[in-house]
Design a protein around this ligand. Structure first.
Ligand SMILES: [Zn+2]
Length: 379
């Protein structure tokens, strides 16, 4: 077991990019990704290979993430967790003539620092703010970097509370006690498939525990009241529009640049991946409605997803189809008298979706099925 309080670990975490801190972080994720195929991720969806707005050469590529120009003053930071865990989620930045806006706190201060360094390769304008698209740990654990650098941190008004409740609450907790229900669920699994799903779940939950306990949490100081959205931010030649939509976390914020048809979607979009719906405030019907809205935007809209390659409307269509397929199979099981809990493990991945990534079954496909059952009033 990893001792999260050992002086060794504290020292390792104090040095961004050091080999030791990288190895420490890797060990968390080693367990987490043990079952996953860690193939290098393309930064762009295939259908965008010819899109002239996107520069084929990144302005910087560190392996764990690369930053690419996707519009006038618009950049996407695309992570590849097969090469390191400094960022894990995607992000990006908008650099206007008068100011810039950074998107995401990433999973570590090293990730947040990497993105500011990338911005400084192309622009020296003042940073107006950094924005967490939602509270989840892989988007917010690098927030302390912004605090240390005097950069205002923007997020949905409920983000600070959710960070404290979800990650602050497990700081200093007894790890064995915290993990025991997840270990119990593995022992009680009735099928080999169920056991495998619970094991993946334990690996991810362990990772959340370890990262939470080795991070100095930093909270947004610029809460965004969703009832006051949309909000326009003039950066000088670039107008960012901040909007909120339901679906993934109850704190989801997107940044749109309508003049260029570019959308930083956060985790309301998983590109080439099954949707992650575990959050208590995730809503399947709400999320599908949000995707319908995204699909109604211009045909040539570029989306920077929370995870996976930059995509166009094709990426929205795939995610909608995945929701449809899960619903179809869940409905069939419900009609056949299968309970929600059983159905959650029984979804079969169709041949055509064999290459769609799954971020742990119990964070994605399982809860999508149980939430659908709940929406139908079924158990
Ligand atoms: Zn998320």
């Amino acid at each position: 077991m990893i001792d999260v309080f050992s002086p060794d670990r504290v020292a390792a975490n104090a040095i961004p990019f050091s080999r030791r801190s990288f190895l420490a972080k890797s060990s968390y994720f080693g367990a987490m990704y043990a079952a996953a195929k860690l193939l290098p991720l393309p930064a762009l969806a295939a259908e965008l290979a010819e899109d002239s707005r996107i520069s084929q050469t990144p302005i910087v590529d560190k392996g764990f993430a690369a930053v690419r120009k996707i519009g006038e003053g618009l950049y996407a930071t695309i992570s590849d967790p097969s090469k390191g865990f400094q960022t894990v989620c995607n992000g990006g930045f908008l650099a206007g003539k008068d100011g810039s806006l950074l998107i995401e706190g990433f999973i570590s201060v090293a990730g947040a620092a990497f993105q500011l360094d990338a911005l400084r390769l192309v622009s020296q304008v003042p940073v107006r703010g950094a924005l967490d698209t939602h509270y989840h740990y892989d988007h917010s654990m690098g927030n302390a970097f912004f605090g240390a650098n005097g950069i205002p941190l923007w997020a949905h008004a409920n983000t600070a509370k959710r960070i404290v409740e979800s990650y602050g609450a497990i700081q200093g907790a007894d790890k064995a006690v915290f993990l025991s229900p997840f270990e119990k669920a593995i022992k009680e699994a009735k099928t080999e498939t169920a056991r495998k799903h619970r094991e993946d779940y334990l690996a991810h939950v362990t990772n959340v525990f370890n990262v939470s306990n080795s991070t100095v949490l930093a909270l947004p100081n610029h809460p965004i009241d969703p009832s006051k959205l949309p909000m326009k931010v003039d950066l000088g030649g670039i107008t960012a529009v901040i909007e909120s939509y339901p679906g993934h976390s109850g704190t989801d914020i997107i940044v749109r640049v309508p003049e260029q048809n570019v959308v930083y979607a956060g985790d309301l979009l998983f590109s080439g991946m099954y949707p992650v719906t575990f959050d208590t405030q995730a809503t399947v019907s709400g999320w599908r409605q949000t995707l319908k809205t995204f699909a109604s935007w211009e045909k040539d809209t570029l989306f920077v997803p929370g995870h996976g390659p930059v995509c166009g409307q094709e990426g929205i269509a795939v995610l909608r189809a995945l929701f449809d397929d899960i619903e179809e199979q869940a409905q069939r099981m419900h009609k056949a008298g299968v309970s929600a809990a059983e159905a959650a493990d029984l979804y079969e991945i169709p041949e055509k979706y064999k290459n769609i990534a799954i971020f742990a079954w119990d964070f994605s496909i399982g809860p999508t099925i149980t939430k659908l059952y709940a929406e139908w009033g079924a158990k």
